[in-house]
Design a binder for this molecule. Structure first.
Ligand SMILES: *Cc1c(COP(=O)(O)O)cnc(C)c1O
Length: 489
């Protein structure tokens, strides 16, 4: 399978590349990204044949359908990392919460958030490709909390890859910060920045375009890659669990094979939702994909009105911070798929230059055939957390945004899979506030009160964090980042 570019080809880059090239160098012509040239058609027969298959077998066969240029032993080794999730036979359990609402829990990996689902196997893949080519890669990440821990965890001690991870000091939860600053491996560097997430992200962008920095990397024979979901190496692992949750519904006799369902996805950079879109295009019986947002509701506006409008917009901090995003990178892959490269290039350039684009009526119809969307205020999310808890289900604030879309975006009484992207332990102050009314608790206190309220234990990985040695102590000004990273390399 070959990969092509969302904004067309500039005549300098190869017009199509292999999977491994697309993941090592994810940036394409004109600022575009890579997409598969065609999607395999799996159809009902594939689903029927995998009804009794475990997660790893399903994953292996979905990847095989993409005919990617990765050795089978490497793929198998990568998939074996799912054995370290809570249930070694099922990394993503599906739990019934209400009559036709099921939650697919994507947070049972080492860092307790859904980023592990893709980053765990992705890290091994990238490192083994780098070794095979005898090349060295630097992964630069700016994180508001969840990508950082998951990226550090997957690349820790892996060969031929180094990671420098920037986070806003004071801008993450205690648990998220501890997950990063207690990571101790010679190939990892964690840097706190005086400023907020936007400062960290713009510092990173500056660095990527710095000539002196790039020249120094070249001198050291280090190339840059990316571990965020612009990298198709992450997306490919994110379509598998959508197929898995469908099969789980059939196995639990909630639906019969072929029956349509809704997918309901808490969205930020749209990687999770894009995985669902590709699964649907590959034959998964999906009625519609519901896109849940928080108050940063650019995706709701796009899907409801056909307008992507960033004029005068700035990020609003919410209680679901992993979705506090205005430029949602993977929407570009949907634009490409629906409207083609030329139109995608045009729309993305409008967004870059004018901070705004508008779809035609016909384009909007195409989009609405597949997606519906709504956004959820903090206060509504809090109510949903309370309601679910009253029914015996503990839910994080990102997952709670999906309950709003579940209430407002469905026109048929079909079974709905809500994707749960974080364990309660990651955003405990918000959940404690919803359950007990306590305000501004520190994570450790919130964890204790939720555990008491729900009569459960704080998972060992989380409580241990508060005892672990802090090995990453760097906290600096933006201006000093380049120097700091070069010293680390
Ligand atoms: C990353 C993340 C999201 C958003 O997922 P996208 O694939 O970027 O849309 C939602 N919730 C949590 C907890 C996350 O970490």
């Amino acid at each position: 399978m070959k990969f092509i570019e969302t904004r067309g080809n500039d005549g300098h880059r190869p017009p199509e590349v292999s999977f491994s090239s697309a993941i090592l160098g994810p940036m394409a012509s004109f600022g575009g990204i890579y997409v598969p040239k065609t999607l395999p058609d799996l159809g009902l027969e594939f689903l029927q044949n995998h009804l009794q298959a475990g997660y790893k077998t399903l994953a292996r066969d979905v990847l095989a359908a993409f005919e990617i240029d990765i050795d089978q032993v490497v793929i198998d080794e990568a998939l074996e990392l799912y054995d370290h999730f809570d249930d070694n036979s099922n990394p993503a359990p599906l739990v019934k919460v209400y009559d036709d609402l099921y939650v697919s829990e994507l947070y049972h990996g080492p860092t307790r958030a859904f980023k592990d689902m893709a980053l765990q196997p992705f890290g091994l893949l990238l490192s083994s490709l780098a070794q095979k080519r005898n090349e060295n890669y630097l992964i630069l990440a700016a994180t508001s909390g969840d990508t950082g821990p998951a990226a550090l965890e997957t690349f820790k001690n892996r060969k031929n890859v180094q990671v420098a991870c920037l986070y806003p000091d004071g801008g993450t939860s205690d648990v998220q910060r501890l997950q990063m600053v207690t990571e101790d491996a010679p190939n990892l560097k964690v840097i706190g920045i005086h400023g907020d997430f936007d400062d960290a992200q713009s510092a990173l962008k500056l660095l990527l375009s710095s000539e002196s920095f790039n020249a120094k990397l070249k001198e050291k024979h280090i190339s840059l890659s990316a571990a965020n979901s612009v990298n198709f190496g992450r997306i490919i692992f994110q379509l598998i669990y959508h197929i898995h949750s469908y099969l789980e519904l059939v196995r639990q006799s909630a639906i019969s094979m072929g029956e349509k369902i809704y997918l309901d996805v808490p969205s930020g950079n749209f990687g999770n939702a894009l995985g669902g879109y590709y699964a649907m295009k590959m034959g998964l019986p999906v009625e519609k994909i519901l896109i849940a947002s928080n108050k940063n509701n650019v995706l709701t506006q796009l899907i409801k009105k056909g307008q992507y409008d960033l004029r005068g917009a700035s990020v609003i901090p919410t209680t679901s911070p992993a979705m506090d995003i205005l430029k949602s990178s993977n929407v570009e892959r949907v634009l490409y798929d629906l409207y083609g490269a030329e139109r995608t290039k045009e729309l993305m350039q409008l967004l870059d230059n004018e901070k705004h684009y508008e779809l035609t009526g016909q384009e909007l119809e195409q989009l609405q055939d597949i997606f519906n969307a709504d956004y959820c205020e903090n206060s509504e999310g809090k109510e949903y957390i309370k309601q679910a808890f009253a029914k015996g289900y503990l839910m994080d604030p990102h997952t709670a945004t999906c309950l709003k879309a579940y209430d407002t975006c469905r026109s048929k009484a079909l079974k709905t899979v809500v994707y749960s992207t974080a364990e309660w332990t990651k955003f405990s102050p918000t959940i404690a506030n919803a359950l007990t009314g306590e305000q501004d608790a520190h994570d450790i206190d919130a964890l204790v009160s939720i555990a008491r309220e729900a009569n459960i234990e704080i998972p060992g990985q989380i409580s241990a964090l508060f005892e672990k040695k802090i090995s990453q102590k760097t906290v600096i000004d933006k201006e000093d980042i380049e120097q700091e990273i070069l010293a680390f390399l």
